[in-house]
Ligand binder design. Structure first.
Ligand code: AMP
Ligand code: MN
Ligand code: MN
Ligand code: MN
Length: 292
C-alpha cells in the first residue's frame, strides 16, 4: 500500500548543513504533504529529539535518521541510517568519532583556499555553521557565495572544494563496516544514499553493493532529489539484483539552494519493497495505532 504514503526520508537541518531548524522542516514537510518523515543530518543525531517532537506536534509519522560519511575505495559514500535507537551508545560514539576530524579539515581547506588568494574562509564558513562540531563544505560554499566569489553553490562545487580543485582536502571518514554496524546494531536500517552521485566504475559499484549487503546493509535510495528518471530506474534494478529495500528522500537542504522540495518526488516503483514496509515497528506514530 505504498501508493498512499508520501515518505521523505532524507533532509538536513541546521544541526548539519541545512538552513532550517528541525521544527521548520517538520512544518514544511507537513505543508508539502509528507506523511512519513526522517531528518538525516550528516554525522550527527543531535536534532533527533527535536525532529520527533516537532513531527508529533504537526501530525507527521517519524523515523529517526542520520547520514553517515564513509570512505570507500578512495571516495566518500553516504550511508543513511533509519529507524535506529537514538540513545544507542555505540552509534553516538561512532558519530562523535566521525565528526571529530571536521574542524582540522576545515582549517586545512581554508589554508588551501588562501593559497589561491581567498582569505579568512575558516572564520567565514564557521559563521554559517549552526553546529560548531559540524563545519561542512556547504558552509564554505555559502560563505563564497555571500562574499561574491561565486554566484551560487553549484558554481562553488564546480570551481572549488572538489577533488583536484582549490579547497579540497582528502579526508578519512568511517569505514563502510563501521557505519552499517553502528546503524544496524542500534536497531536501524542502513541505506546507500544517492548512489548515482558516486564516480565508481561498474566493478567498484558492484563491490560497494556486495560488501554493503554482506555487512547487513538493507536498502538503497532509488528516488532522491539527485537522481534523474533514468538513474532511478537503474537503481531500481540494483535494488532487485541485491535484494535491497528502496528508499525515497529529497535531500532537501535549503529553500534557497535545493532544487527538490520536501515530498516533491516521484513514487517508488511498485515492484520494490519500500524501506518503511520493513520499519513499521520503528515508526513513531503521530496518531497512535489502536491496539485490537
Ligand atoms: P562535507 O560533508 O563537508 O564533505 O560536505 C558534503 C556536502 O556538500 C553534501 O552533503 C552537500 O550538501 C554538499 N555538496 C557536495 N557536492 C555538492 C555539489 N556538487 N553541489 C551542491 N552541494 C554539494
Ligand atoms: Mn549536505
Ligand atoms: Mn549525501
Ligand atoms: Mn544528504
Amino acid at each position: 500500500m505504498n501508493v498512499m504514503i508520501n515518505a521523505d526520508l532524507h533532509c538536513h537541518s541546521v544541526i548539519s548543513d541545512g538552513t532550517l531548524t528541525p521544527e521548520e522542516l517538520a512544518q514544511r514537510a507537513k505543508v508539502k504533504g509528507v506523511n512519513l518523515w526522517a531528518l538525516t543530518d550528516h554525522d550527527d543525531i543531535g536534532g533527533q529529539a527535536r525532529a520527533a517532537a516537532a513531527a508529533a506536534a504537526v501530525g507527521l509519522d517519524y523515523l529517526t535518521g542520520v547520514e553517515v560519511s564513509v570512505s570507500f575505495l578512495h571516495q566518500t559514500v553516504h550511508i543513511v541510517g533509519l529507524g535506529f535507537d537514538a540513545s544507542n551508545v555505540a552509534l553516538c560514539l561512532g558519530l562523535t568519532q566521525t565528526r571529530s576530524g571536521r574542524a582540522q579539515r576545515a582549517r586545512d581547506m581554508a589554508e588551501d583556499l588562501a593559497r589561491v588568494g581567498i582569505k579568512d574562509t575558516f572564520e567565514g564558513a564557521k559563521k554559517y555553521a549552526g553546529n560548531p562540531d559540524l563545519i561542512s563544505r556547504t558552509h564554505f560554499a555559502r560563505f563564497l557565495v555571500a562574499t561574491g566569489v561565486c554566484k551560487d553553490t553549484q558554481e562553488v562545487f564546480r570551481k572549488f572544494l572538489t577533488e583536484g580543485k582549490p579547497g579540497y582536502v582528502q579526508h578519512r571518514w568511517a569505514t563502510l563496516k563501521e557505519a552499517v554496524t553502528w546503524i544496524t546494531q542500534a536497531g536501524g536500517m542502513a541505506v546507500v544514499a544517492h548512489p548515482a552521485r558516486y564516480k565508481f566504475s561498474a566493478n567498484e559499484e558492484f563491490a560497494l553493493f556486495t560488501e554493503f549487503k554482506g555487512l547487513g546493509g538493507a536498502g538503497v535510495e532509488v528516488v532522491t532529489g539527485s537522481h534523474s528518471t533514468a538513474e532511478a530506474a537503474a537503481y531500481a534494478d540494483i535494488a532487485l539484483e541485491f535484494a535491497l529495500a528502496a528508499s525515497r528522500g529529497s535531500d532537501f537542504h535549503s529553500p534557497q539552494e535545493s532544487r527538490v522540495d520536501l515530498g516533491d518526488l516521484p513514487a517508488l516503483p511498485e515492484n520494490l519493497t519500500p524501506v518503511w514496509a520493513l520499519l513499521q515497528d520503528r515508526i513513531q506514530r503521530a496518531v497512535p495505532v489502536r491496539q485490537p
